[in-house]
Write a protein that binds this ligand. Structure first.
Ligand code: MLT
Length: 404
C-alpha cells in the first residue's frame, strides 16, 4: 500500500489564511445581511497601474504574431528583466549583484517555501517569532522540524527568536547555532524593521557560524526611514551568507499576476559547492520560466512612468496604514508597525487571546483581521490588520472598531 509523506500529517489542518477564509465564509453564510470588511490577508485592492497595463497589452499583442511570439521563457528569467533588477534594485543602491545572480520566479512565496529543498535535511532552522507561516510549514513538510508541542505551540527542532514589544520586535542572536536563519524584513506580521547596524550584526554572525540568512524583503517598497536598508546586500559581508527574496506582489499589485525573484550571490558556498548552482539546477528542473507577458509587465515597474505610478500606489496603502495606526492609538490600543510596512500590529485588549479577538471583531464589527498567534507562539495576544484595503473600507472598519 502506498504511503504518504506523513510530515504533512503533522501540520495544522489548513494554512493560516485558508482557516481564516473558512471561518469568515461560515459567518457570512449564517449572517447574509452583514457587510464584512476584510483586513486579514495582505492582498492588494488597487488595480494595476496604467504603465503596467500598457506593457501587458503590448506583450499580449507580441504573442499574437509569429515574429514576436514567445514560447518557453528562459528558466532563470529574461535578460531584459534580470538586467533591470540588477541595475535599479541593486547597483543603484551600491549592492554588488549581477544579473546572472537573479532568478525570476512566479512569486516569493514559492521561492521562500522551496528554498529549504537545497539544504541538508539535518539543517537547523531559526525563525523570528512571530513570522510569515510559510517558513516553518515548508520545513515541517520536509521533516526538518521535529515534533510539535501543542502546549507551547513550538516544534522541537526549530529555534524560535521571539520578537515582542519587550524587545522592540528585534530578534536576538540565538543561543543554539542554526544553519538557516529566516529573516523577514520589514517583518510580516509586526511591520518592524532592522537598521543597517542591526542587520550587520546578523550578517557578521551568519558568516562567523557558517549559517545562511534567508532574507525575505517582500515589503521593501514600504520602507520610509532612511537608516533602514532595502536589501541585505547593502550590508558588507552579505554575499557570502545571504539569499534574498523579492516580490512584485506588494510594490506593484501582482498578487494575482504572480512574479518574484530570488538573489543568490555566487560567493555563497558550502565547501566548494555554489548554492547558486543548486538553485539553478532546481529551477531548471522544476520550473519552466515565468510567462513573457508577466515579465514584460514587471519591466514597466522599472520605467520612469511606472516607478512614479507604483510609488503613488504604495503611498495610497501607507495612508491607510496611518489611518489605522493613528485611530487605534487614539482609542487606547497599543499599536506597532505601519511606518515601514503595510501591516499594523496591535495588542489585543483586555488580555484576550488572538483568536478570541478575531471572533469578537468578526461578530461585533464584521471586520476580519489576522490573529497574531497564527504567526507563531509569541504572536499570542496580538492581532494584525492590513493596510491593503481600499481607503473607504479601511476608514469604515476603523470606525466600527472604535465604536465597540
Ligand atoms: C499575508 O497576508 O501575510 C500575505 O499576504 C501572505 C502572502 O503574501 O503570501
Amino acid at each position: 500500500m502506498f504511503q504518504v509523506n506523513d510530515n504533512y500529517l503533522k501540520l495544522p489542518g489548513s494554512y493560516l489564511f485558508s482557516t481564516i477564509g473558512k471561518k469568515v465564509q461560515a459567518y457570512s453564510q449564517a449572517n447574509p445581511d452583514k457587510t464584512i470588511i476584510r483586513l486579514g490577508i495582505g492582498d492588494v485592492t488597487q488595480p494595476l497601474v496604467p504603465a503596467i497595463i500598457k506593457a501587458m497589452h503590448e506583450a499580449v499583442e507580441d504573442m499574437a504574431h509569429k515574429e514576436t511570439f514567445h514560447g518557453y521563457a528562459p528558466d532563470l528569467g529574461y535578460d531584459f528583466l534580470r538586467n533591470a533588477i540588477a541595475n535599479q534594485d541593486y547597483k543603484a543602491r551600491g549592492c554588488q549583484i549581477e544579473a546572472d545572480e537573479i532568478f525570476i520566479s512566479d512569486g516569493a512565496k514559492c521561492d521562500c517555501g522551496n528554498i529549504q529543498e537545497i539544504f541538508a535535511e539535518s539543517s537547523r532552522i531559526a525563525v523570528c517569532d512571530p513570522v510569515y507561516p510559510v517558513y516553518v510549514d515548508s520545513n515541517v513538510m520536509a521533516g526538518r522540524t521535529g515534533e510539535y508541542d501543542s502546549a507551547s505551540g513550538t516544534w522541537s527542532r526549530v529555534i524560535y527568536m521571539p520578537c515582542t514589544a519587550e524587545n522592540g520586535f528585534v530578534p536576538e542572536l540565538p543561543k543554539e547555532t542554526p544553519d538557516l536563519i529566516y529573516l523577514c524584513i520589514p517583518n510580516n506580521p509586526t511591520g518592524t524593521t532592522l537598521t543597517k547596524e542591526q542587520l550587520k550584526v546578523w550578517v557578521d554572525y551568519a558568516n562567523r557560524v557558517g549559517a545562511v540568512i534567508l532574507y525575505d524583503a517582500a515589503y521593501e517598497a514600504y520602507i520610509s526611514e532612511k537608516e533602514v536598508p532595502h536589501s541585505i546586500f547593502e550590508i558588507e559581508g552579505a554575499r557570502t551568507c545571504a539569499i534574498e527574496f523579492r516580490s512584485f506582489s506588494k510594490n506593484a499589485g501582482f498578487t494575482g499576476v504572480r512574479l518574484g525573484f530570488t538573489v543568490i550571490p555566487k560567493d555563497l558556498k558550502s565547501g566548494q559547492v555554489m548554492v547558486h548552482s543548486l538553485w539553478a539546477r532546481r529551477h531548471g528542473t522544476k520550473f519552466n520560466g515565468a510567462p513573457y507577458i508577466t515579465q514584460k509587465a514587471a519591466m514597466a515597474v522599472y520605467s520612469e512612468e511606472g516607478k512614479a505610478q507604483v510609488q503613488e500606489q504604495v503611498a495610497y496603502y501607507m495612508r491607510n496604514a496611518r489611518v489605522i495606526y493613528d485611530s487605534l492609538k487614539d482609542s487606547g490600543y497599543e499599536v506597532y508597525g505601519g511606518v515601514n510596512a503595510p501591516y499594523i500590529w496591535l495588542k489585543t485588549p483586555k488580555g484576550m487571546t488572538s483568536w478570541d479577538f478575531f471572533d469578537y471583531l468578526l461578530e461585533k464589527a464584521n471586520v476580519v483581521g489576522t490573529p497574531g498567534s497564527g504567526f507563531g507562539p509569541s504572536g499570542e495576544g496580538y492581532f494584525r490588520l492590513t493596510a491593503f484595503g481600499t481607503y473607504e473600507n479601511t476608514a469604515a472598519a476603523i470606525e466600527r472598531i472604535r465604536g465597540l
